[in-house]
Design a protein around this ligand. Structure first.
Ligand code: AQP
Length: 320
């Protein structure tokens, strides 16, 4: 089994995109060398309400458990509980070039519509590189939007290794063939995103199932059925990801949007229902979730501190 790391930011409520693009694959590849992290420091790249951020951090960790991550198998923790992430991020910032950070498309997308653009939003891929490299990660299961950041991580790891000697394992992104980019239901040319205000276009993992059903029925498609159109493609890929049936065979089964929407609704509801049920049970005992995170942080820190020590020594920082 490969060493795995991946993270999710508590920057909003987890969506169907987070589930199909990432969480489901995390569960599928979990093993004793898998590290899954609520990346709360990443959420700070845009202003957050402190009370909400704390609440969403615990909520997202509870979602990790509800989708089937097993803390007896993989390590679940909160990024800021392991200070090595922030420390290695500085070494990564000093290894990354300004030019390569400037080419990150997510920075361009996220900074465009904002009055205040933090320096952290710009350097965020360096923190993500630190997250991944601390665990000698071989595989990073992520949605398609994160491909460029994992490529960046590979580049800085290779640069560091060639400048200062072997230090980091060079990881690779693992992107699911279906569900890797779930699109907004109202604007299927845009990714479904958890920090978006696009309420009608986003399905939340913990959303009331009646509301989920309404949103899918109202999804923008066009009038005549055409499986190549963005709205149809999005529904077909959601249905395919939820049922494990290939998109091609699903595409030829329909001639109208009504039955496609109805089957997609049933499949998505069937996927979300048990997760929501488990979430309700787990959220009744937040202290137990907090304890799991505490234990996870201790396990993660053992590995992270060893890697950081190696990086510090190789780059020439004096020991205390
Ligand atoms: N729509 C999506 N389709 C497929 N995968 C997705 N992911 C997110 N949205 C989709 C994957 O979920 C993981 C966690 O992502 P993140 O929370 O670190 O940040 P993100 O990719 O920037 O997700 P969002 O929803 O767009 O959050 P905000 O709006 O806060 O930036 C990643 O593996 C991601 O690919």
């Amino acid at each position: 089994m490969a060493r795995v790391f991946s993270g999710m930011a508590p920057s909003g409520d987890a969506t169907l995109g987070s589930l199909l693009g990432a969480l489901r694959h995390w569960v599928a590849v979990q093993n004793v060398d898998a590290y899954y992290c609520v990346v709360d420091l990443h959420a700070l790249t845009v202003p957050q309400d402190p009370v909400e951020l704390r609440g969403r951090t615990l909520e997202l960790a509870t979602v990790f458990l509800a989708v089937g991550l097993d803390p007896e198998v993989s390590t679940l923790f909160v990024q800021s509980h392991v200070h090595e992430h922030a420390e290695l991020a500085w070494l990564m910032e000093c290894t990354a070039a300004f030019g390569e950070l400037s080419r990150m498309t997510q920075f361009k997308d996220k900074s465009e519509s904002r009055d205040f653009v933090s320096a952290g939003l710009f350097t965020y891929p360096a923190l993500m590189a630190a997250d991944i490299l601390l665990y000698d990660t071989e595989e990073v299961p992520v949605g398609d939007d994160q491909r460029q950041h994992v490529e960046f991580t590979r580049d800085v790891a290779e640069r560091f290794n060639s400048r200062y000697g072997p230090t980091f394992t060079v990881p690779k992104a693992v992107i699911a063939p279906v569900g890797a980019r779930v699109m907004d239901l109202q604007d299927p040319t845009r990714k479904m995103s958890k920090s978006d205000d696009a309420v009608g276009g986003t399905i939340l993992l913990l959303e009331d199932l009646g509301s989920v059903s309404k949103k899918i029925k109202r999804a923008v498609t066009g009038t005549d059925y055409d499986p190549a159109l963005p709205g149809a493609k999005n529904l077909l890929s959601m249905l395919s990801a939820a049922t494990n049936e290939p998109i091609e065979s699903l595409a030829s089964r329909y001639t109208q949007y009504g039955p496609l929407k109805s089957d997609t609704t049933d499949a998505v509801v069937a996927l979300l229902e048990p997760i929501q049920q488990r979430y309700r049970e787990l959220s009744a005992d937040p202290a137990a979730v907090a304890k799991t995170l505490q234990h996870g942080a201790e396990k993660a820190q053992t590995v992270a501190s060893t890697t950081l020590r190696r990086a510090r020594a190789n780059i020439g920082l004096l020991d205390r």
